[in-house]
Write a protein that binds this ligand. Structure first.
Ligand code: HAM
Length: 423
């Protein structure tokens, strides 16, 4: 038997140069979120199980079968977060944010955990970037959040985007619709898949999401939630669409988009990609309004709206090569012999102090191998230090792009590199 230990199934290592693509993506997200006034929140990975059971809903797939739940040594039931909206709402209530700020906007970049069946774009540890806004009931914030998400992907050059929007209703819209749906589906019960037969009792709205062909055929004739919205929800949803039109965000209304979490009230939305890289896991991001969650967690009645995107899926759609994004060192110093290596270290430290990436060779290898290495790393400039350079205190910097040489006093290396890179 092999004594190698592998990573846990569905939980992946992220290695360079791929991590450069993540940094690039995350920094663009941070920039777009900052422009809209969102500040970062970090919460613990582990929370009380009750938070997710109450927040996301007992009868959702996530809570029923996807949570990493365990008892700690004090017999408390804890869960590794499957999402962050519940954690953020808990933090909002715990720190009485409503007393400090009428409007709070948070974002997060963090790993989530769901015990799901794996495939491309679906993992058991995955990362989300998310945005949550509290204290604004007006429909314009729903539209602004959708537009922000759409703008982010557009800016990254992701092709084939589409935005679907829906309203799952608020107040008694949902129970009314639920009844209409159960009335419609009950005569078809025997033809539904086993999961949907169960959902008919526990959470009939989830049936609208089922991918089993026979269920899909039955669902095609189901009543639409949009015909069961009260005046308030309908007005809100129409205003969201009007604002999206003003902002020039292309969207379509999809009454079957009900989302997999129970806390939504009113607007819900998804950003879908037509990229072939993603296959069936083509939902890049999802979100919506959840006006009752803060109250359910013991806080005041504070309206809220948010979204989260999956970073692994985003990375699969972003054009560009990770190695190019990772770049290479500005300067590679090759050295022959112990004294030359120490001098190379001193020079490298001087140039690094200006903020530049400098590589030197610590191993005892020949000049030819060192230049090959500089080339492989994609170094912009090289400098060789041997006995001559040590003796004269002078050297030659070589531009790896054009081959030009620049003669310099080694003592001036930091300023010379700064001048050459600025040119
Ligand atoms: P969600 O739809 O469950 O919503 O997840 C949001 C996004 O996370 C998905 O669109 C997808 O890109 C990514 N994602 C979900 N599960 C996986 C997985 N197993 N592997 C890879 N990526 C995945 C939420 O989590 C809500 N908290 C969003 C929200 C924020 N609603 C209001 N505020």
């Amino acid at each position: 038997m092999s004594n190698k230990i592998s990573s846990v199934r569905g939980m992946n290592d992220l290695l360079p140069p791929e991590s450069a693509k993540w940094h690039f993506f995350e920094s663009r997200c941070r920039a777009v979120l900052a422009r809209h006034g969102y500040a970062e929140i970090r919460t613990p990975v582990v929370e009380s199980t009750a938070l997710f059971a109450r927040g996301i809903g007992e009868a959702t797939d996530i809570v029923e079968k996807e949570m990493y739940t365990f008892l700690d040594r004090g017999d408390r039931s804890l869960t590794m977060r499957p999402e962050m909206t519940a954690s953020c709402a808990r933090a909002y209530v715990e720190h009485s944010l409503h007393m400090r700020e009428p409007v709070t906007r948070w974002f997060y970049i963090a790993p989530m955990f769901r015990y799901e069946r794996m495939q491309t774009g679906r993992y058991r540890q995955f990362w989300q970037v998310g945005a949550e806004a509290y204290g604004i009931a007006e429909p314009t914030i729903d539209a602004e959040q959708i537009a922000m998400l759409h703008a982010l992907y557009l800016e990254l050059g992701v092709p084939g985007l589409s935005v679907s929007v829906n309203s799952v209703g608020a107040g008694d819209d949902r129970p009314r619709y639920r009844q209409a749906l159960v009335d419609y589906l009950s005569p078809h019960r025997a033809a539904l898949c086993a999961d949907c037969q169960r959902r008919l009792e526990t959470n009939p709205l989830r049936i609208l999401d089922c991918k089993v062909p026979t269920c899909k055929t039955i669902i095609a004739g189901a009543p639409s939630i949009l015909d069961h919205l009260g005046a308030e929800s309908r007005g809100h949803f129409e205003a969201v669409q009007a604002a999206l039109a003003v902002l020039g965000v292309p969207f379509h209304v999809d009454p079957s988009a009900v989302r997999g979490l129970d806390y939504y009230t009113g607007t819900v939305f998804e950003l879908v990609s037509s990229s072939s890289e993603l296959g069936t896991q083509n939902v890049l991001a999802g979100g919506g309004r959840y006006d009752t969650l803060i109250e359910r967690f013991g806080g005041p009645a504070i309206p809220a709206v948010g979204w989260a995107l999956g970073i692994e899926r985003a990375i699969l759609t972003i054009p560009g090569d990770a190695a190019t994004l990772a770049g290479g060192p500005v300067l590679y110093i090759a050295a022959l012999g112990k004294a030359a290596r120490l001098e190379a270290m001193r020079l490298a430290a001087a140039v690094r102090a200006t903020g530049a990436w400098v590589e030197i060779e610590h191993r005892e290898v020949g000049m030819k191998a060192q230049f090959k290495r500089a080339d492989k790393l994609g170094a912009r400039f090289t400098l060789a230090i041997g006995d001559d350079e040590l003796g004269s205190g002078r050297g030659q910097i070589r531009d790896m792009r054009g081959g030009q040489q620049t003669e310099l006093a080694l003592a001036d290396i930091a300023t010379v590199i700064a001048r050459l890179t600025a040119a």
